[in-house]
Ligand binder design. Sequence first.
Ligand code: AMP
Length: 391
Amino acid sequence: MGHILTLNAGSSSLKFALLALGNEPEELLSGQLEGLGTKPRLVAKTKTGETPVDRRWSEGEGPKDHATALAALWELLEREFPAVDIVAVGHRVVHGGPRFSEPLIVEAAEIDALREYVPLAPLHQPHNLAGIDAARAALPRARQVACFDTAFHRSHPWINDVYALPRRYYEAGVRRYGFHGLSYEYVVSTLASTRPALLQGRLVVAHLGNGASMCAIHGGKPVASTLGFSALDGLPMGTRCGQLDPGIILYMLQAEGLDAKAIQDVLYKESGLKGLSGLSNDMRTLEESDTPEALGAIAYFCARIRRELGGLAAAMGGIDGVVFTGGIGENSRRVRALACADLDFLGIRLDPDANAANAAEIGAADACCPVLVVNTNEEAMIARHTARLIG
Ligand code: AMP
C-alpha cells in the first residue's frame, strides 16, 4: 500500500509521523528530533504508546541539520518497519503567501516560489524549505507535498484580510494571513462528522498551544483570525507578545535605540506568557506556580481570549458554538474556565464537572451556546492532503 511521512521542520527540530496509506491514513509512529546542532534527542512513539527509541547524543554529536536528522530518522524507520515504502512526504509549510490557498505537490519551480515568501515568515519558512530540500535529496522517488498554515484563511472576506495602510502594502503581500490553518481544518473536518448541524452555524475555535490564535468559522468557512501578517498578533503566546500598539515598536527603535534583530527577539522570544510571568512559557509550569506574576500572565491570557471571542462573534453577527483545541485548550480546565467566565451574555457558560473531566462537551446543559473540546491533529490533516494529492 505504501506509506506517507509527514515532516514539520523547525529551526532546531524535526517533527515527524509515519502513516500507512489507506482510505484514511493510519498513523504508525510519530515523534521528533529536537536539539539539532546542540544536544540532539530522537524520541518516537507508536500508536499503542510504546517508545521504540529515545536516543540522546552528547553536545556537538549526532544530527546537526535537517539532512542529517532525516538520515537518523530513516535509520529508525527501516529498523522498525523493514518493509517501509514512502511514496510521499507531506510538509508543514508556514507560508503559502497570497498565492497558495491549497496544498500542492512541489517541485523545483514551486519551491522557488515558496522561497519568495521567506521575508513574510523569516523565522519559519527557511526551515520548512530546508526540510523539503532534505526530503527531496533523501527520498528522490517520493512526491513532496507542501501544506500551508495560511491556506485555510485565504478565503476571508477582504475586510478581514486587509490593514488600513496605503494600498500598495496589500498589493505587496502585507495581508492578514492567519496561521494554524491545518489545525482549524482538522477541527472543521471532525465537526463535519460529529456535529454537522453545529458546523453550519457561527463558531469561534480557539487553538491554544505554545502558539495561539482564534478563528471565526461560519458554515465551515473561515471568516476572520486573530493572527494577521506575522505569527505575532492577537493572543499572547508562549514567548510571543500578541496584539501590540505599533507605536511600541517605534518607541523601541527611537527611545531605546534597539535594532531590528533586538526588537524581533523581544517580540518573538521574550514576551507573552514568559515575559509577563518572568517564569516560563509553559502553561503547566505557570499553573503550578502561585506567584502574582504567574497568576497575572494566566489572567491576561484568558482576558485576551474573552476579548477576541467577543470581537470574532461580532464579526459573524453572533455565535452558536465555541471549540477549544491545542495543548492548552485540550488540557487546561483552568484556562477554559477563566476564558469563558462572565460570557453569559453570549449564551456561554461551562458545566464545571464536564470541564474538570476534560469532556468533549463542556458547556452547561441549559446554556444556549455549546462549548466543545476537540483534540487537534495537524499531522493527520497533512497526511490526508498528501494522500488526496497523490491520488
Ligand atoms: P502545543 O503547542 O499545542 O503542544 O501546546 C503546548 C502548551 O500546552 C504548553 O504551554 C503546555 O504547558 C500546555 N499544556 C499541555 N498539557 C497541559 C495540561 N495538562 N495543563 C495545562 N497546560 C497544558
